[in-house]
Design a protein around this ligand. Structure first.
Ligand code: GDP
Length: 425
């Protein structure tokens, strides 16, 4: 039995989905332990190209049980839509291969509305939310005014709880935003339509994982965002509302007793960031445009152009430590092949001093990147499958990053396809 985690080291979109899709073959259970349908994992495989928002990326592998843990928030309408999109292309999804924690929280239409209304109210000071209701629903979870998926088992009881919540919610919608309010009837009808079909998937994932552990099964945790978006350790307040940190994975899955054997930290060979917030090594203008085009850096969930820049060693070293990464998967290295020289952010300058430490979030906006360049390789590497076949300059770049991050780079990804990977021994 092995327990592993695949997590993001940076701002998200590092290529976690691609790595889970590759590695899921060796695991029996793949679990999403936080977040909702606000992120998108792109997976390219024999069925086609998919942007997964809620479904774990192990969903394409036969015999893998995929789990949405108690740390997740689920919009049943969005999940039903995603299941349809995937099954339309061939893969089978049923109660045997998709399990939903009875403790996962339901995202209601009013959560989406509140997200949208608040972003509109903030105008230029907006956070760059994906408007899927994620921050409002996590707020409700911690205010204890949310509904758990398992409550769908008894609609009469659920209705009673919802009555109190809707009365409270409508006060905010009406008095603060002057917006559309909801009736309990319409929300119950919405739950009947989208929640009830999910009932066969709902279970106590703690029991499921205990049984899996007893049977010696291998378990893989899949994070949905990067370390720098973690609610505690990220670039607060420009973070997500949950914890994509590997240490949270057993908790968000229903099995807080599980010990993780290995953590694969996914790092992109350059930096990208979606949404607002400080992004120290950011590029603008022509250089940024070129890199964005080369890497097709547009958000999987929203289509928004991603902000881009060179790899950031300060942020990556911090992210790898927060994730307790035992090895690194370096992705999208093929994208850098057009560059004569590869820029790297090696340190930050803050208040006139150089630092290797990732700053306190409120000070991050004042940090300036210290950039050095290393030689490029100017060769198409997308067909390479053996480390020793990579150009020397490319290997030098990998080994330089490895030394600076302080963690072995075990996987090097040179394309989006499942087999476009170099595994170092
Ligand atoms: P995730 O949310 O961390 O799974 O990342 P995204 O799916 O948002 O973004 C990663 C993007 O890069 C996807 O479009 C992948 O298909 C693509 N991708 C992943 N690894 C590689 C790689 O090594 N090379 C290239 N060219 N594309 C990659």
């Amino acid at each position: 039995m092995t327990v592993s985690a695949i997590v993001g080291v940076n701002w998200g979109d590092e290529g976690k989905g691609r790595m889970v899709d590759l590695i899921a073959e060796d695991y029996d259970v793949v679990i999403r332990y936080q977040g909702g349908n606000n992120a998108g994992h792109t997976v390219v495989n024999e069925y086609g190209k998919f942007a997964l928002h809620l479904l774990p990326s192990g969903i394409f592998r036969q015999n893998v049980v995929n789990v949405l843990g108690n740390g997740t928030v689920i919009d049943p309408q969005a999940l039903c839509g995603e299941i349809k999109n995937v099954t339309d292309k061939g893969p089978v999804i049923g109660p045997e291969n998709l399990k939903i924690s009875d403790r996962a929280i339901i995202v209601f239409p009013y959560h989406r509305d509140l997200d949208e209304l608040e972003e509109a109210r903030l105008k230029d000071a907006k956070f760059g939310s994906t408007k899927r209701g994620i921050a409002p629903v996590y707020s409700d979870k911690y205010q204890k005014k949310a509904i758990q998926m398992g409550e769908l088992r008894d609609m009469a009881k659920l209705r009673k709880r919802l009555e109190g919540i809707v009365e409270w919610k409508n006060l905010t919608l009406k008095n603060i935003y002057n917006a559309k309010t909801y009736t309990v009837d319409e929300l119950m009808a919405w739950l009947e339509e989208w929640g009830t079909p999910l009932l066969p998937h709902i279970c106590d994932t703690g029991i499921l994982l205990r049984e899996a552990e007893k049977a010696g099964k291998s378990i893989l945790f899949e994070a949905q965002l990067g370390a720098l978006r973690d609610i505690d350790f990220g670039i607060y307040p420009f973070t997500s509302s949950s914890s994509p940190i590997a240490a949270y994975a057993p908790i968000g899955s229903g099995a807080p007793w599980l010990k993780i054997d290995s953590v694969i930290g996914v790092v992109k060979a350059y930096s990208t960031c979606v949404g607002e917030g400080p992004f120290t090594a950011e590029w603008f203008g022509e250089d940024a445009e070129k890199l964005r085009e080369a890497g097709a850096e547009y958000g999987a969930a929203t289509g928004r152009p991603r902000r881009v820049g060179p790899v950031d060693i300060v942020a990556t070293r911090y992210g790898a430590r927060m994730q307790a990464a035992t090895c690194i998967a370096l992705t999208k290295l093929d994208i850098l092949s057009y560059m004569d020289e590869i820029p790297v952010c090696t340190q930050y300058e803050l208040n006139g001093e150089l630092t290797d430490e990732f700053p306190f979030p409120a000070n991050l906006a004042e940090a300036k990147p210290v950039i050095k360049t290393v030689p490029g390789w100017k060769t198409d590497i997308s067909g390479v499958r053996k480390y020793e076949d990579l150009p020397q300059a490319c290997r030098d770049y990998i080994e330089y990053l490895e030394k600076e991050i302080g963690c072995p780079i075990t996987y090097v990804s040179v394309g989006a396809e499942r087999d476009a990977i170099i595994v170092r021994d």
